[in-house]
Design a protein around this ligand. Sequence first.
Ligand SMILES: Nc1ncnc2c1ncn2[C@@H]1O[C@H](COP(=O)(O)OP(=O)(O)O)[C@@H](O)[C@H]1O
Ligand SMILES: [Mg+2]
Length: 335
Amino acid sequence: MTDTPLVQVDGLHMHFPVSSGGLFNKTHDVVKAVNGVSFDIAKGETFGLVGESGCGKTTIGRCLLKLEEPTSGTIRFNGQNVLEFNKRETAGYRKQVQAVFQDPFSSLNPRMSVEDIVGEPFLVHGVCPKAEIPARVRDLLSICGLPGRLLDRYPHEMSGGQRQRVGIARALALKPDFIVCDEAVSALDVSIQAQIISLLESLRAEFGLTYLFIAHDLSVVRHICHRVAVMYLGRIVEIGESESLFANPLHPYTRALLDAVPTPDPEVEKTRAFTPIEGEVPSPMNPPSGCVFHPRCPIARESCTKDVPDLLAAPSAGADRSVACPVTAPTPVAA
Ligand SMILES: Nc1ncnc2c1ncn2[C@@H]1O[C@H](COP(=O)(O)OP(=O)(O)O)[C@@H](O)[C@H]1O
Ligand SMILES: [Mg+2]
């Protein structure tokens, strides 16, 4: 028996209309931020979304949080079509799905104390008597490794790691099933990153949480994610189990991203043979023809400038692996 995935994203497109220019020469363009993305997330899974800045990761997260109405595609949660939820269903969904963002300083109101910040979801959703809120907040802080004496502190009086723990405590207040962690550790020092990742990991195990873990840094994703999707310019170019994907990346973009991760050894860094990906990420307003990666791809062929590669299963490279590159994908074994 296979369980229905907790989250099912199918053919998601998010095109933002934008206008630029002056009063008389206004041009109307479309930013294709997300361009046909599909993936599932199993219950209890940590699913990673990686790729350079601007490739559409946050937009996908915002669509899942119902902060953005997709141009097309479907999003299912526990098998139910999120985009067709009525008001009541949406309110219930907003309790089940929470977010932890990158910069805890900017996402936390500087004039609110820790007690107010972590207790706010209780007030907004009216799920516990006002008098009980301080005790509930104290519990949440303790779960997130913070002492109760921080209750009346303000965000600027805490370290980056403490603030991120406060953000996590707040996200946990309504006992969610699913948390979108958007660059949740990207602004932190490496040692603090490791602590927050291990906190997220133990919370997942303890409360049966499911995460969408968004990061531009592959080395972070590697440690926490079960499966990873690599994005480039609004599309998934490769997807698979984290360990096998990092050990044997197939897509030239995944390979380039992996090669760009610095190693701690300065000697290795000095002799690094690879030059990080050449050129700039093209504009999502005017994406290249064919494979969107072809202008930067070291192994592009003539056909790559014309044919849009499908994301196809490459089971010989590992369970659940799919890749959108006809050049590096293993030839399917004839049935
Ligand atoms: N509301 C918006 N209006 C217009 N363009 C947007 C909007 N939100 C995001 N974009 C554009 O969509 C693309 C993807 O952005 P984003 O999802 O934030 O990428 P990432 O999180 O991977 O850095 C970028 O080119 C960004 O400028
Ligand atoms: Mg982002």
